[in-house]
Design a binder for this molecule. Structure first.
Ligand code: CO
Length: 466
């Protein structure tokens, strides 16, 4: 029997892609028991931007949110996205922080941790992997994730090598993550066949987005080539910058003889439930028509749609739209100088801004941003290909070697927990509270203060009542 399984993304990536991760718990809690019986491989519901958004915009405790989902969905694998040593942000944390974060994620209900590094520098995902293994229970899955990008150095052989490395490191599954939705069916075929030939015994997952319109074709081709799991979103939360639709792929693949494990009635019920939720956010303007449409520019210009919008906004601000074509031509040059990093946050912004600056100044690298300087110093990790040596010498001095971004033994632990305790005092009641502060200090203080005030109010109120 041909078989493919589904990861449902409505609670994380679909919500993040279409409505900036602003889906409060009240808007999905009632459907969780139905989702629990739908037969998904997993439900992606945490990590990524959900943590920050809970504290910053939704006034929710992200840990509490996870526990409530866990309680309502005892049967389903719950999945999160983790940016390796950066956890859910963009800075490197000490190993002890990464370890504790993973421990608490598993303790509060996560089963599948999908771990990636923006540069595919796998040293940056080692600590998170080791912690996952250390605190694993029988349901835990450590998924090694590769950020997919196109460049002269990103050949099928290179991706196959990355998969071999992830397997050797001890990951249970491998995920190809096409953030920009630019993977074509032909590319998927070459990649999946190559990877399946080399490391066929490890389950392979494809994550892509509908942004450029490629996703359905690419997913179908990937399934035909033997991919084991695909990421999809319930249909009313699919398309545009989100994932392809769960039900649509279910019908197409079932007719082709694939066993999906999905319950047709349940997945349709999930969609019926979310339809009015989506409508509410269209009406409020949180979901824009722009995020729901198809934009093929990423295929034309070979840069992700979001990066292009950024660049156009920058040029408009500076009244320099006449330099647009020149800046576009400059992007691949800057990328080459930086050793072809995947164009994902924060690298997409860094490359885009530098290209614009190079063109506006009329001289390349006359002005270099601090981020790009730090990149050349090696603070983001190792680039996929050698960086421009002359430029690097100019930035860090010809006699200096780039720093090694890997947290060295001497930096294995820091004083984050101490700082968190000092900063929060009695506001902190759990290790989870401390961890929230370490990740997002300002938002956490605000959230925990509000929590305390609310409780004091309740206490006063109930005394008066009695
Ligand atoms: Co995604």
């Amino acid at each position: 029997m041909k078989r493919v399984q589904f990861t449902e993304t409505v609670l994380r990536d679909a919500n993040q892609s279409l409505m900036a991760t602003r889906l409060p718990r009240d808007d999905f809690e009632k459907i969780l028991p139905v989702m629990d019986g739908a037969g998904y491989y997993s439900v992606e519901c945490w990590g990524g931007a959900t943590f920050d958004s809970c504290l910053r915009y939704l006034n929710e405790d992200p840990w509490e949110r996870l526990r409530r989902i866990r309680e309502a969905m005892p049967r389903t694998r719950l999945q999160m996205l983790l940016r390796g040593q950066n956890l859910l942000g963009y800075k490197h944390y000490h190993d002890d922080v990464v370890e504790k974060f993973v421990e608490l994620s598993l303790k509060n209900g996560i089963d599948v941790i999908r771990i990636f590094d923006a540069l595919n520098d796998f040293r940056n995902i080692r600590t998170a992997l080791d912690a996952t293994k250390k605190y694993a229970n029988t349901r835990t899955v450590a998924s090694g994730c590769i950020a997919y990008t196109q460049s002269p150095v990103h050949t099928v052989d290179k991706y196959v090598d990355m998969c071999r490395e992830l397997k050797r490191m001890g990951f249970d599954t491998i995920c190809l993550k096409d953030m920009a939705g630019t993977m074509s069916p032909a590319e998927a075929e070459g990649l999946i066949k190559g990877i399946k030939d080399a490391v066929g015994d490890i389950p392979l997952i494809l994550h892509t987005h509908c942004t450029t319109g490629m996703a359905y074709m690419t997913l179908l081709k990937a399934v035909e080539c033997g991919v084991d799991v695909i990421d999809t979103a319930t249909s009313c939360f699919s398309g545009g910058t989100s994932q392809a639709a769960t039900e649509t792929l279910y019908y197409a693949l079932t007719q082709m003889g694939y066993e999906t494990g999905l319950d047709e009635a349940a997945i349709n019920k999930v969609n019926d439930f979310f339809k009015p939720v989506k409508q509410k956010y269209i009406d409020s303007g949180l979901i824009s028509s722009k995020s729901m449409g198809t934009d093929s520019r990423a295929l034309v210009y070979k840069v992700p749609g979001g990066m292009l919008s950024n660049m156009i906004a920058n040029l408009r601000d500076m009244n320099a739209m006449d330099k647009f074509d020149e800046a576009l031509v400059e992007i691949p040059n800057v990328r080459r100088d930086l050793g072809y990093p995947p164009l994902v946050t924060p690298l997409s912004q860094m490359v885009g801004n530098q290209a614009v600056v190079n063109v506006l100044m009329g001289q390349r690298y006359k002005q270099i941003s601090n981020e790009v300087k730090n990149y050349f110093r090696g603070e983001y990790g190792i680039a996929p290909a050698p960086v421009d040596r002359e430029l690097q010498d100019r930035i860090i001095g010809a006699d200096n070697e780039p720093v090694d971004c890997r947290i060295e033994d001497s930096r294995r632990t820091g004083k984050e927990f101490e700082d968190a305790r000092a900063a929060l005092g009695k506001l902190a009641r759990s290790e989870e509270d401390l961890m929230s502060w370490i990740c997002y200090p300002d938002q956490t203080v605000k959230f925990l203060t509000a929590r305390r005030e609310l409780e004091e109010h309740h206490v006063r109120y109930s005394i008066v009542e009695e």
